[in-house]
Design a protein around this ligand. Structure first.
Ligand SMILES: [Ca+2]
Ligand SMILES: [Ca+2]
Length: 388
């Protein structure tokens, strides 16, 4: 898709005898808005189907298994320090620690909570707010995990606070679910075999107080990264795995009484610098506190779809590098409930693996083992979780 310029409107044909307009919201990432993509009845039906299926908490805290696994990883304290010390000045500034929120094991760390943690584990004896290599060396990582484990965690402390479920859209699914998939094909102009074999529709409910701090929907492209969808087929082992979400199509299923906007904090910034996301005590990724400071906010409007590319082109007609400008989040819902749905289009940046995956899926379909197929896809995505 070509965006033209921001604000540009173009006609799109999604259903026969109906005209939709697609408005360009930003070029970095390439982001569009399509009002009335879904009718009010369709929105209500999706919510109804999701409720029938049942929703689960989108994020639970890692258990002791996680801490045990962390201890198994062979990485020295020196290596961790060097990874975190982004500006290589031999000190860990707060923002260097905050950028790697993984340290919070799924908890959202703020400058305040990091300072409290330092105090509790006596990490910063000279109290200057930064950790020197000497201070870091003396820190017992186990004390850190013990402290994190002992802290009572509220839902609002998590990276995301919502509930979700997955709805199947393949053969035999509700006719509305099938029709939405058809519209997504026409919208993205991607081959049916790519759209059909992507993740099921994810339906998400945010209650009052819900949020999702800013994140990217997919992972960076490294040779040692495998895609969740093609990994099933190619049986390749790789140390890292990501869901390879080339495109995100997000549907607003209701009008939200208060808050709940989708924020793109750095959309159309002239430059991107990971560290500049956190300035002093302002963390632009924090959607509970700082949505008003982000570059682009989309207000939920029932039936509207927004869609964007999470990856850049490789210049040869295939998926290239992750587009870091696609960073986005769900702002705090201050009143009422927010319902959205996500269609992610999965494409492997490795073309060979993607084509192999498509061939295998076509073979399964020919064998007519639909029930088995549905179960496999549903099951394999039940634990999809994208790290920040
Ligand atoms: Ca530093
Ligand atoms: Ca210090």
């Amino acid at each position: 898709c070509r965006g033209g310029e921001v604000g540009h409107k173009q006609k799109v044909e999604l259903v026969p005898n109906k005209v939709h307009f697609m408005k360009t919201l930003s070029l970095k990432p390439l982001l569009f808005e399509i009002p009335d993509f879904l009718t009010e009845e369709e929105c209500k039906l999706i919510i109804h189907l999701a409720q029938l299926k049942g929703l689960q908490k989108s994020q639970i805290l890692p258990t002791e298994d996680y801490e045990e696994a962390m201890e198994m990883i062979e990485i020295s304290q020196m290596d961790i320090f060097n990874l975190l010390d982004h500006n290589q000045d031999g000190q860990l500034q707060l923002k260097e620690v905050l950028t790697h929120t993984r340290l919070g094991n799924g908890r959202w760390m703020t400058p305040q909570s990091i300072r409290e943690m330092y105090t509790a584990v006596k990490a910063d004896p000279d109290g200057n707010g930064v950790l020197s290599l000497e201070e870091f060396k003396q820190l017992n990582i186990r004390d850190f995990h013990k402290y994190m484990g002992s802290q009572k965690v509220k839902m609002s402390d998590l990276v995301r606070n919502s509930q979700h479920t997955w709805l199947y859209q393949g053969e035999g699914a509700h006719q509305v679910m099938r029709s939405i998939q058809q519209r997504v094909m026409r919208l993205t102009r991607l081959p049916p075999e790519i759209v059909e074999h992507s993740e099921p529709l994810q339906v998400v409910r945010y209650d009052q107080g819900g949020h999702y701090h800013a994140h990217v929907d997919s992972g960076p492209v490294f040779p040692e990264t495998a895609c969740s969808h093609t990994k099933l087929i190619t049986n390749e082992s790789a140390p890292f795995e990501t869901s390879c979400r080339y495109v995100t199509v997000l549907f607003y299923l209701n009008n939200v009484t208060g808050g709940g906007e989708t924020i793109f904090p750095i959309a159309d910034n002239r430059t991107y610098e990971e560290m500049s996301l956190i300035q002093n005590d302002v963390d632009l990724r924090d959607t509970r506190k700082n949505c008003d400071k982000g570059n682009l906010r989309v207000k939920p409007q029932q039936g509207t779809a927004v869609f964007w590319y999470n990856y850049l082109s490789d210049g040869e007609g295939w998926v290239g590098d992750l587009d870091e400008y696609s960073l986005h989040g769900g702002c705090l819902v201050t009143r009422g409930t927010k319902w959205i749905a996500n269609n992610w289009i999965n494409v492997d940046p490795n073309k060979r693996r993607q084509l192999q995956f498509q061939q295998e899926m076509a073979r399964y379909a020919k064998e007519g083992d639909e029930a088995q197929n549905e179960w496999t896809v549903d099951k394999s995505y039940s634990n999809v979780h994208v790290e920040l």
